[in-house]
Design a binder for this molecule. Structure first.
Ligand code: ZN
Length: 763
């Protein structure tokens, strides 16, 4: 008995010990995940307790609650305040808006808000000597001088408006007998000029219209062709709609003659003086002449079509072909001489360097279960002038998204599984300066912990449809969010399209390259037009940008008409674009739901299958454009199809593993989520793209002859661009072969990240 008893006692002891050990291990696990202890367990409305939370999916019931909480009247009020004064990057009003936003977030219930500030090289015209374009006669008398400012068309006071300028233009006063019109200033336009009009621009000033490609690319191309200066104008054909309505702002949203498009001409991103590294106090700063990528060495200046008409009217030379004609009622001619050959063109440009602060505001709502995993939501704050569309429509929407989420957290009834980080970026307009410096500063953290980045630059530039550009992983989550958001357009609803998704699908259906409909709305690929670019290209954070837009099939305009002019006002938004702020509200609702889904779902809602078919689609496009030449030159060319097919198989196996996952095992869940987060990062090549070391994503980057447009296999397409004209063609082909081998390797390496624990090494 005694023996038996003691053996029974031993059993009890062992069982107790085991229980203690298990309890201890579980305690460690809970401790590991619950670094924000008892926040949710205090209040049991949605969450029974933190240990259950490790394995419970986000409560979808909260989704409608949050969507309904978004108020259009709030967004209107925020926008009215934000756009009441010009808030150019680094100016006192911009810095005040940063402080105000910090306070707003703290009041709303954020857990922490920090200002991340960098001293950076920006650019501005001399306030005492604005920029002028002049026509001089043979005796250097001024026969025409452009107005220093855009016309005041609404009559109210306009303090602090920066006159039209192109950031990072070289300063200077140049006078020349030759002015050449080069259409949109693209590579093909210069080729046409040389081949068909026998004109070169070397030693001359060029006049080009805005549109088709990024203005920084226009300056770069002009400089490469030896131009001494570049004047860029907004042609009515690209910024008005005379066929429908000849009225302009303030009667309509069409650009008036004096409207000029400000904008940067820097083709890099971040502070130009501290490439690759954050602009900290201790940072090494290059001199302006030695920095790479280089800043423009020629003066560049933007004008409206009212001024352009004065110049074009006086130009002589051959008449341009129909495709080069714009919408001004004159005969467009190439130049280069004036009708009176003694006349001259003069650019008097004071635009010069200024050191200013790029201030980012970073606010956080801590995740309840995985606080070290971040869902990021960002928008830039700086504007060229009032910025009521770009970016303050986005800032107003971000404020409402953040308020709705923070208020619910503050109430104690909900807290997301992962942390939500809101980012208000400084100095975006100069070249994604604030976001780039910050990504460079915190790249180690972002590479390990950032899950996804949602970007709103402009929230509303029309009321026709939602538009999104993003990485494949996020498109299904975007579809799901837009299906939940009520259609802001009553006639669309009446036509049987109740959601934002329905109108999007109807207006921008995705078709493959054979025009076969795919049954989903189109999501374009990411260029480098906003702050998602440094996050994707440097830290591999998957991203999406979204907004409401106008009908781009109907209006063949280059951007919304008032873009970067003094006329981007609250008046324009309220009276001409979104009277009740219903479209702003819809964008905010999409933002709220997408953020909630990403931050709160047990398994991160990334659809890996979409990466597989999109890779194959990119391959087919590459094949259609360059297949025959690539097959002739690169012996491994057909391997591309093979590695993509293999990637597809790995995706299927991964999806099966996720479907059969033990959802009671928090570590298994974390493991799968880490694989999902790492996939995008796996497509980065640490060496960067050929000749573009700061762009590291081998599947998407901007087209290097047009920084706005996204391109797939950008490194390869870049090398192949006009390869037959290259001075050292065989060296160029060696570069193509090298990069092609990198593409094969990287897709394979990305597939390996989807394999399970033991299986990633293949014999
Ligand atoms: Zn913007």
């Amino acid at each position: 008995m005694a023996t038996k008893q003691s053996s029974g006692m031993r059993k009890v002891l062992i069982v107790s010990l085991v229980a203690i050990v298990i309890g201890f291990v579980v305690g460690i696990l809970i401790g590991r995940f619950a670094t924000c202890p008892s926040v949710d367990s205090r209040n049991g409305v949605f969450l029974p307790g933190i240990s259950d939370r490790l394995i419970t999916d986000g409560d979808p019931a909260i989704s409608d609650v949050l969507i309904n909480e978004v108020k259009n009247t709030n967004i209107e009020q925020y926008l009215r305040e934000l756009s009441s004064r010009p808030h150019l990057a680094g100016t006192p009003v911009d810095l005040q808006q940063a402080e105000d936003l910090k306070q707003f977030w703290l009041d709303a219930g954020f857990d922490d808000v920090k200002l991340a500030s960098y001293d950076v090289l920006l650019s501005a015209p001399d306030p005492n000597h604005p920029n002028f374009i002049r026509l001089l006669d043979g005796h250097d008398n001024v026969v025409y001088e452009s107005p220093a400012k855009e016309a005041n068309l609404t009559g109210e006071d306009q303090p602090d408006v920066v006159p039209p300028f192109n950031a990072y233009s070289a300063p200077g006063k140049i006078t020349n007998n030759d002015l050449v019109y080069v259409n949109y200033g693209r590579v093909e336009d210069y080729n046409f000029l040389e081949n068909n009009a026998s004109l070169t621009v070397n030693g001359k000033i060029v006049l080009v219209r805005y549109g088709k490609i990024f203005r920084g690319s226009k300056v770069q191309i002009a400089e490469r062709h030896g131009a001494l200066g570049i004047i860029m104008f907004s042609d009515p054909a690209d910024y008005t709609w005379p066929a429908e309505d000849t009225r302009v702002y303030p009667q309509t949203w069409w650009l008036p003659p004096s409207g000029a498009q400000r904008g940067t001409t820097f083709v890099g991103s971040g502070d130009p003086l501290t490439p690759n590294y954050p602009a900290l106090d201790t940072a090494y700063r290059y001199s302006k002449d030695t920095v790479v990528p280089s800043l423009p060495k020629i003066p560049a200046h933007p004008i409206g079509y009212g001024i352009a008409e004065k110049l074009l009217r006086e130009m002589a030379g051959q008449e341009v072909p129909p495709e080069w004609r714009g919408g001004i009622n004159i005969t467009y001619r190439f130049g280069s001489k004036f009708k009176n050959p003694a006349w001259k063109i003069q650019m008097d440009i004071s635009t010069n360097d200024v050191m200013r602060k790029a201030v980012n505001v970073i606010g956080i709502i801590r995740g309840a279960v995985e606080p070290d995993r971040y869902i990021m939501f960002g928008n830039h704050r700086d504007a060229w002038v009032y910025g009521a569309i770009d970016p303050s429509s986005g800032t107003a929407v971000m404020k409402e998204v953040s308020r709705v989420l923070a208020v619910k957290v503050k109430s104690g009834k909900w807290r997301p599984r992962r942390s939500i980080m809101f980012c208000s970026w400084g100095a975006e307009e100069y070249g994604l300066v604030g976001s780039t410096e910050w990504v460079q500063h915190y790249i180690k953290n972002l590479r390990e912990r950032a899950v996804a980045y949602l970007n709103i630059d402009i929230a509303v530039q029309g009321n026709y449809t939602l538009r999104a550009t993003g990485t494949p992983l996020l498109i299904r989550a975007m579809f799901d969010a837009t299906k939940k958001v009520p259609n802001p357009n009553e006639s669309e609803k009446a036509a049987g399209r109740p959601s934002v998704y329905d109108t999007w699908f109807k207006n921008i259906p995705w078709k493959d390259k054979n025009k076969k409909p795919l049954g989903i709305p189109k999501v374009g690929s990411l260029g480098s037009g906003s702050d998602y670019a440094p996050l994707l290209q440097k830290s591999g954070v998957t991203g999406i940008d979204f907004r409401y837009t106008y009908n781009t099939d109907k209006y063949k305009i280059s951007s919304y008409p008032l873009y970067h002019s003094v006329y981007e006002t609250f008046y324009a938004v309220k009276n001409l674009m979104d009277k009740q702020f219903k479209y702003h509200q819809a964008v905010a609702r999409v933002g709220v739901e997408l953020t909630r889904n990403l931050a709160d779902s047990l398994i991160i809602p990334f659809n890996v299958s979409d990466y597989a078919w999109q890779l194959e689609e990119y391959r087919q496009t590459l094949d259609a454009d360059y297949g025959s030449v690539l097959r002739a030159k690169i012996s491994t060319y057909d391997k591309l199809q093979e590695v993509i097919a293999n990637f597809s198989k790995e995706v299927e196996a991964f999806n099966t593993r996720v479907a059969n996952l033990n959802r009671n095992d928090p570590m298994a869940i974390r493991m799968v989520n880490d694989q999902l987060t790492l996939l995008e990062k796996a497509f980065l090549d640490p060496q960067g793209l050929p000749d573009r070391p700061t762009k590291k994503h081998i599947i998407f980057a901007e087209n290097s002859n047009d920084a706005y447009a996204g391109s797939s296999f950008p490194g390869l397409v870049d090398i192949l661009f006009e390869i037959d004209k290259h001075t050292n063609m065989s060296a160029r082909w060696e570069q193509a072969k090298l990069h092609f081998s990198v593409i094969l390797y990287i897709i394979d390496a990305a597939a390996a990240t989807l394999r399970d624990v033991t299986g990633f090494v293949q014999e």
